[in-house]
Design a protein around this ligand. Structure first.
Ligand code: PBG
Length: 320
């Protein structure tokens, strides 16, 4: 179909949470889709339980709560497609929905926002660092720097506000979230994955629609980046095989690189992962390399190796 005839069609309804981050992500995807296909997109705001609840995320069942309201709206036809932060998606495939596109990933690393422009190594013992993520807390504690980890939650603005107000010395957030809000320059350090492996899927988006609308599935596929899709598949298969949820102390990152094998160019994944106990005193860290088209088995096999080295026992431990 030509762009002109597309423009005459009703705009596609993109369901989005109302948070600044969700609106920024949705706006970005809407713009990209219009540019690539000529189709107009309108944003439809959906309020989720995770947006209104003041309880800690771990108590209300993890970030999956953000996702279910959007999925309900897809299934009842009140929206045509949805954009999620991929790391917030449960690993189980939802009935009736298709992951139509995984757009090119942003920087997957975590970032520190600290007072006075400080880095993690410069924050003295006793400094109070805020995070609501067991994964971030465990990896920070594993560094043994004597920092106090303070549980917090709230949107990016709220969390940075704890530092601005002086209540906390620092917070740890996803660099991609800061960047999408135009606040990347507020990071005082981007954390090296050697110390802080990000959440599986961090920095990537997921574009979802109902499986039965083949034309829409095909249209949305223009947004897909196969390298990103393979990388997050490896990370998420690892998470699924560990039977860990999105609030478990599990970090994973797959880097895509082009190498050579027998004179042929091959695209490879280098997958690193960590499982830690709550106080960071014990962890299993492993890595594996494999071809891009075997992303799923790479994730599964690395998880199996981690389980063989005691990962399940670590995940079960809680900080008193
Ligand atoms: N858990 C909330 C959430 N979901 C996605 C992002 C950031 C964007 C991304 O990782 O894609 C964030 C905020 C954060 O972790 O700091």
């Amino acid at each position: 179909m030509t762009e002109a005839s597309h423009a005459a069609e009703a705009p596609l309804r993109l369901g989005t949470r109302r948070s600044a981050l969700a609106m920024a992500q949705s706006g970005h995807v809407a713009e990209a889709l219009t540019k690539l296909t000529g189709r107009q997109v309108e944003l439809v705001e959906i309020t989720t339980y995770g947006d209104t609840s003041r309880e800690h995320l771990a108590q209300i069942g993890g970030t999956g709560v953000f996702v279910s309201a959007l999925r309900d709206a897809l299934l009842d036809g009140s929206i045509d497609f949805a954009v999620h932060s991929l790391k917030d998606l449960p690993t189980a495939e939802p009935e009736g929905l298709t992951l139509a596109a995984v757009p090119p990933r942003q920087d997957p690393r975590d970032a520190l926002v600290a007072r006075d422009g400080l880095t993690l190594g410069e924050l003295p013992a006793g400094s109070r660092i805020g995070t609501g993520s067991p994964r971030r807390a465990a990896q920070l504690r594993a560094l043994g720097l004597g920092h106090e980890i303070v549980p917090i939650r709230g949107n990016v603005d709220t969390r940075i506000g704890y530092v601005t107000s002086g209540e906390l010395d620092a917070v740890v957030l996803a660099k991609a979230g800061l960047a999408r809000l135009g606040r990347a320059d507020e990071a005082t350090e981007v954390l090296d994955p050697l110390q802080m492996l990000p959440a599986p899927g961090q920095g990537a988006l997921a574009v979802e629609c109902v499986s039965t609308d083949a034309a829409l599935v095909e249209l949305l596929a223009v947004l897909d980046d196969p390298d990103t899709r393979a990388a997050v598949l490896a990370e998420r298969m690892l998470l699924a095989e560990l039977e860990a949820g999105c609030s478990a102390p599990v970090g994973a990152l797959a880097d895509v690189s082009v190498g050579e094998s027998d004179g042929e160019e091959v695209t490879e994944l280098y997958l690193r992962a960590v499982v830690a106990n709550g106080d960071g005193s014990h962890s299993v860290r492993l890595s594996a390399t494999g071809p891009l088209d075997e992303a799923a088995s790479l994730g599964r096999e690395l998880a199996a190796e981690m389980l063989a080295r005691g990962a399940a026992g670590l995940m079960g431990e809680r900080v008193p």
